[in-house]
Design a protein around this ligand. Structure first.
Ligand code: AMP
Ligand code: MN
Ligand code: MN
Ligand code: MN
Length: 278
């Protein structure tokens, strides 16, 4: 039997809309055998996911998607197989969550100046007391009729040059990889085709990541086109890195991205699960 892996997903612990239990149940329904829960900058959903997995035919890989600033740009690093009790990792992520709280208030102030009131309170309410992400702002703004849909909302309010944009001040690549390896995990560059980098710049990122101990890149991603998957497979082979696969599922409301609905890793890729099983 072919084992189905999905190594990138979100729950209500960050900006997903399903609780960890419901996420795990849905993944099992979709035929996923091994699921990594990789919430942004937090491990809070992992214990509930582990408990839920006991009731389904599914295994949970502990994970997180760590926000990093590299060369003035935000890059996401997926951590897999980390020990959730590790102190260094916990303290590092806590700093990012605190920055998120400050940033959320700042986004609110900037939108206020732009004539949109109540966005901070609205985003916080949608986050259910967990960390606040731009996704919560976008959900609030779409609900308030300020934008047609999520994509339109990001484009109009939340990206560089727009009224609600605040430059990220996240972990350095070195810090993030340090935390991951201290916690016994493996580091993966998330959705490398999403950063809008030139080929040269992306390869510089991959090179620095590898020098710091990074072992894998997401080759197959719910946010990559088929062509982008093949291009990323090429980079993985050139650098002799492992290849990961993940939907980046956030919500059943996005009909384009579903748990476990991923093309197979291109031929010749070294699957990242070999690292986890080793
Ligand atoms: P943050 O980490 O709070 O800056 O928020 C980043 C999150 O926003 C990503 O993980 C995505 O879930 C979401 N996001 C970014 N760009 C878009 C977009 N164009 N449409 C919908 N969601 C987006
Ligand atoms: Mn997200
Ligand atoms: Mn991401
Ligand atoms: Mn993600």
């Amino acid at each position: 039997m072919q084992i189905k892996y999905d190594f990138h997903s979100h729950s209500t612990a960050s900006d997903g809309t399903l609780t960890p239990s419901r996420l795990v149940a849905r993944a099992a329904d979709m035929g996923v055998h091994v699921l990594a829960l990789t919430d942004h900058d937090t491990l809070e959903g992992l214990e509930e996911a582990r408990q839920a997995a006991l009731e389904h035919d599914i295994r949970i890989v502990t994970g997180a998607e760590i926000s990093v600033t590299w060369n003035g740009q935000t890059v996401h690093i997926v951590a897999l197989g980390i020990d959730p009790a590790n102190q260094g990792l916990g303290t590092g992520l806590q700093k990012l969550v605190e920055y998120r709280h400050w940033r959320a208030a700042e986004i609110g102030r900037r939108l206020e100046k732009h004539g949109i009131s109540g966005a901070h309170e609205g985003a916080v309410a949608l986050s259910n007391g967990r960390l606040v992400s731009r996704t919560h702002f976008a959900r609030f703004l779409v609900g308030a009729g300020e934008a047609r849909d999520m994509r339109d909302c990001f484009k109009r309010f939340l990206v560089r040059g727009r009224p609600g944009h605040v430059s990220g001040e996240w972990a350095t690549l070195e810090e993030a990889l340090g935390w991951i390896y201290d916690a016994g995990g493996h580091a993966v560059i998330a959705h490398p085709a999403r950063y809008g980098m030139t080929r040269t710049k992306l390869r510089r990122l991959i090179g620095e990541f590898q020098e710091l101990g990074g072992e894998a890149i997401e080759v197959v991603s719910g946010s990559h086109s088929k062509d982008e998957c093949y291009t990323m497979a090429r980079h993985a082979k050139d650098f002799d890195l492992h290849a990961s696969t993940g939907s980046d599922f956030h919500t059943p409301e996005n009909q384009w991205v579903e748990l476990g609905r991923l093309m197979p890793l291109p031929v010749g890729c070294k699957p990242v699960w070999e690292l986890l099983e080793a």
